[in-house]
Design a protein around this ligand. Structure first.
Ligand code: 5GP
Ligand code: MN
Length: 338
């Protein structure tokens, strides 16, 4: 769903005078969620709008380098401020998510709000809750779409280093440093931002080379002791227990990226990273090629995402979720003789 010229003209009209604008993104915000939200905020502030970014939950510490991140309102920490910001907004942007259940309790308030709602996202199956929907599942990231949105508005000269670095962050994180989910336009965006002087080397260093010793040891533990390979279904699983959470004092963000290691195994096409959190079992699913983990997440784990990268959650025992994943594998992957 691209924005039509008429819609772009209407949005320009809405943004023609200073407004109170709230930008929302998904729970457990990643580099794309944070980068797209902050880039849009900086862009809107150039037109004297009052723009606030609301995060349902806290952000991973490695994104602390992003300018302005400390000004984001975190719903889990400050419900009242978050809800007030939604209720008083004249315009609400929803970035990097496509269904209101991704923003927890705030979803209902957004639904009831009379603000103009603009959804910009690249996940499959967007829910039609917004007045304007700019959804492109072939885009690498929401940051790529924000870049396009700024160009569509005819305001590309407003892209400065701050906006550029925020946008480049989402390009890097949602493509695994340009390894997947790219298209020709992604590289044009990257080139445009580099031309404007962003420091991509430092961004990569800030994003990826900030492991704590504990995190690196947890990765070692996950790979050495918690990984199961199922060669006949080209599958691999890593399952972390509640005890692992205690032993390694796992906090938000500590397990980021572990799922991708499974796909480094030759011949493995589908990966599940399953973790037993205090009240819920969370899954991260990844695949290669035609295998749709989005379909798997949607049908079996109350989730969704992208064809090759999805997530979900269930109120169940860890073993039951591991069992369910193994049981449904034949529906998604062809069995091979090994
Ligand atoms: P991750 O595994 O990195 O948490 O998420 C991978 C992708 O799946 C992301 O694009 C994310 O938005 C999506 N995703 C993760 N968890 C959920 C979930 O519980 N529900 C839905 N609909 N999507 C999810
Ligand atoms: Mn994204």
């Amino acid at each position: 769903m691209k924005l039509t010229e008429k819609e772009i003209a209407e949005i320009k009209d809405i943004l023609a005078s200073p407004k109170s604008i709230t930008i929302l993104t998904h729970r457990n915000p990643d580099g794309d969620a944070l980068g797209s939200s902050l880039a849009l905020k900086f862009f809107l502030e150039k037109f004297n709008h009052v723009a606030k970014v609301i995060l349902p939950s806290e952000y991973p510490v490695n994104f602390g380098y992003l300018n302005g991140i400390e000004d984001c309102i975190v719903h889990d920490l400050n419900r009242e401020r978050a809800m007030d910001a939604i209720k008083s907004a004249e315009v609400i942007f929803c970035l990097d998510f496509n269904s209101l259940d991704r923003i927890d309790r705030m979803g209902l308030v957004v639904e009831e709000s009379n603000a103009k709602k603009i959804l910009i996202d690249h996940h499959l199956d967007p829910e039609p809750f917004a007045d304007y929907i700019f959804s492109d599942t072939s885009a690498s990231s929401t940051c790529e779409l924000i870049h396009r949105f700024i160009y569509d508005l005819g305001e590309s000269d407003k892209i400065d280093i701050g906006i550029g670095e925020a946008l480049f962050t989402g390009l890097i994180t949602d493509t695994g440093s340009f390894k997947y989910s790219t298209n020709a336009h992604t590289y044009q965006v990257a080139s445009d931002l580099k031309n404007r002087g962003i420091d991509d080397y430092t961004l990569q260093d800030n994003i990826f080379n900030t492991f704590t010793e504990k995190q690196l040891r947890l990765l070692g533990h996950a790979l050495a002791n918690r990984m199961e390979v199922i060669p006949e279904y080209s599958a691999g699983i890593i399952a972390l227990t509640k005890k692992d959470y205690l032993d390694f004092e796992i906090q938000r963000g500590d397990t980021e990226g572990i799922v991708n290691y499974i796909l480094m195994l030759k011949g493995i096409k589908i990966a599940a990273f399953i973790r037993e959190q205090p009240t819920i079992v969370k899954l991260s699913l990844r695949s290669k090629g035609d295998i749709s983990v989005q379909e798997m997440a949607r049908k079996h784990f109350n989730g969704g995402g992208h064809k090759n990268a999805s997530g979900g959650a269930a109120y169940a025992k860890l073993e039951d979720i591991v069992y369910r994943f193994k049981k449904i594998l034949p529906d998604f992957v062809e069995k091979k003789v090994v």
